[in-house]
Design a binder for this molecule. Structure first.
Ligand code: GRF
Length: 190
């Protein structure tokens, strides 16, 4: 099963997925990585793994559909069955969504539908919630919308710093994402 990972930043989830494959816990091949930030940290990690990466600057295109068409072509060329968004900070347009219906998933650091968008952890801390978590969901045209596939929660208290909470979120993400991808693949991506 060939997968594509889309990322814009650090790429710790990219690494977690890549390691799960290397450890034999995930029956997939990362055939393509797509990155919309020319200086993102994830690029070095992908190159070190010798995986193929397409880096682009959205500002150099006239429209979202223009660069999404190129991405779709690359995904088809690489025989991609599942697109995994891992910190990709862009809302997908109809060009990508229509080309891969029910084949695009995302991970978000909150218990959706609460705290969509940027700095979800900061929003949750500000609100004073006592239970936080991670969600994995199918992607649609709404930001952090789409049917939820899996969630994992944990309890927080006022003594925890934002950094400690972020670490906990990442710890959960790095186990949950490869596990969910493996289950989707085993289930035949229904
Ligand atoms: C993760 O917390 C993910 O939930 C969110 O963006 C972050 C990406 O982190 N969508 P990384 O680039 O995988 O380290």
């Amino acid at each position: 099963m060939n997968i594509a990972i889309f990322a814009s930043g650090v790429g710790s989830n990219y690494t977690a997925i890549s390691n799960a494959i290397k450890d034999g816990k995930l029956d997939a091949t990362i055939n393509l990585v797509v990155c919309d930030k020319e200086n993102a940290e994830v690029i070095k990690k992908v190159k070190k793994d010798n995986n193929e990466i397409f880096v682009f600057n959205p500002k150099k295109f006239n429209s979202k559909s223009e660069y999404e068409k190129i991405i779709v072509e690359k995904c088809i060329e690489k025989d991609i069955s599942l697109i995994v968004l891992a910190g990709y900070m862009r809302i997908l347009g109809s060009t990508l969504l229509d080309a891969f219906p029910n084949r695009i998933i995302n991970i978000h650091p909150s218990l959706l539908p609460a705290f969509k968008g940027k700095d979800a952890i900061g929003q949750a801390i500000e609100y004073g919630v006592k239970v936080m978590g991670v969600s994995i969901h199918y992607v649609n045209s709404e930001m952090d919308g789409g049917k939820i596939i899996a969630q994992k929660s944990f309890e927080v208290n006022d003594r925890l710093t934002k950094e400690e909470i972020e670490n906990k979120v990442h710890e959960i993400e790095h186990i949950l994402y490869p596990t969910v991808i493996q289950k989707l693949i085993q289930g035949g991506l229904k």
